[in-house]
Design a binder for this molecule. Structure first.
Ligand SMILES: NC(=O)c1ccc[n+]([C@@H]2O[C@H](COP(=O)([O-])OP(=O)(O)OC[C@H]3O[C@@H](n4cnc5c(N)ncnc54)[C@H](OP(=O)(O)O)[C@@H]3O)[C@@H](O)[C@H]2O)c1
Length: 342
């Protein structure tokens, strides 16, 4: 098989295409001939050597990648419900940038009818992230008002879509005017970051405050997000991308230190007194929560079958041009999901 290997932390040139023996499915495993793999912002952070769970679970060298779609090549003993030739999508705790991937059966799901492999590979990470944020943590009531930062991005669009399916009103923030149509298509009322008075413009959309704010921007927006919450509101923190330089390929240590120092520390006394909560998560530590994975994918696949949830918008790069996909994602100017076609 071929896979993309990062031997040590660095820029785009660290993404090397290499060959390796095919993995063999053990008991309970499914071997997949990959046709498409999803690209996530986290993969760029893995390449930079700053993703803590990558160090915990893999170390160096590492093949990034959290999701693939393709056809089953073989199954190990005790595997039921999938057979060689089936079109499947799977989640992977790293290792997804590969032409062959072997994963436990519980991480494998059918490709929805009529979807391309690229659309299928683009689905799990961002939708499972949005699901955990909304339905495990925030529990928005129908009629709740949600604020989604980076609403035109991969997770951003999934949050808008699932938020609307939960019956919420969604206000989405985007970094550039050319992203407005993408966030609007995902169901958000859109506010562009540029121009003066972002907080005031966001407050004008929800004068009583927001019931839920979903923030992966980090130190640049967290204090504002907290201030915008209504009493009883929840701030869900799931990333810190403002700590990175856009399009630089490598982290800036002064910016990382500055971002770390400027990240607000929330005080339980303030939370109690103001009736506001801060919730946070990183799904890459939660692969053993197979109950969540099975329930969330099952419910979302039912929504897909009912026509309530459509395929993600994808931008496809050839497998060997993975560096271009990382470069594009790190500019912060992409919309939707980036996918590698194998
Ligand atoms: N905790 C978890 O389990 C989990 C799981 C998946 C993803 N995430 C996080 O969710 C966020 C979105 O991930 P994604 O894969 O869907 O990416 P994405 O949203 O498609 O791209 C990132 C977006 O962030 C904004 N941005 C702000 N500062 C940036 C910077 N310095 N460099 C690049 N982009 C920047 C840009 O949108 P605007 O300019 O429009 O704001 C950009 O489009 C990331 O922070 C990621 O780490 C967390």
């Amino acid at each position: 098989m071929n896979h993309i290997v990062v031997h040590r932390a660095g820029g785009y040139d660290r993404l090397r295409l290499e060959s390796a023996p095919d993995p063999q499915p053990g008991p309970g495993d499914v071997l997949i001939a990959v046709e498409a793999c999803g690209v996530n912002f986290a993969d760029c952070v893995v390449r930079m050597g700053l993703y803590a769970s990558a160090k915990l679970y893999v170390g160096w060298p590492i093949t990034p990648g959290f999701e693939v779609a393709g056809r089953v090549l073989a199954v190990g003993a005790d595997v039921q419900g999938v057979s060689p030739g089936d079109a499947v999508v799977a989640v992977t705790r790293f290792g997804g940038y590969a032409t062959r991937v072997c994963v436990p059966r519980v991480q494998v799901f059918a490709v929805p009818a009529g979807w391309t492999m690229a659309e299928a590979a683009a689905f799990p990470s961002v939708h499972l992230t949005a699901w955990w944020a909304l339905f495990e943590l925030a529990h928005p009531r129908p009629g709740a008002t949600l604020l989604v930062h980076s609403a035109a991005g991969g997770v951003g669009q999934a949050l808008c879509t699932l938020g609307r399916l939960a019956g919420a009103r969604v206000i989405g923030v985007v970094g550039h005017a050319d992203k407005i149509p993408a966030a609007r298509a995902a169901g958000a009322e859109v506010v562009e970051i540029g121009g003066p008075g972002l907080a005031a413009r966001l407050r004008a959309h929800a004068p009583g405050g927001y019931d839920v704010v979903l923030d992966a921007t980090g130190y640049e927006t967290l204090s504002m997000s907290w201030d915008l919450l209504a009493p009883g509101g929840k701030l869900v923190v799931y990333g810190f991308h403002s700590m990175f330089r856009r399009g630089a390929g490598r982290p800036s240590w002064p910016k990382l230190v500055w971002g770390f120092l400027r990240t607000p520390r929330f005080n339980p006394l303030d939370m109690t007194g103001q009736n506001k909560s801060v919730l946070a998560f990183n799904l890459s530590y939660l692969f053993d929560r197979t109950d969540f994975l099975t329930e969330a994918m099952g419910r979302m696949q039912a929504w897909i079958a009912e026509g309530r949830l459509g395929p993600p918008k994808v931008q496809v790069f050839p497998f060997a041009q993975v560096a271009d996909a990382h470069r594009a994602l790190e500019t912060g100017r992409t919309t939707g999901k980036l996918v590698l076609a194998v």
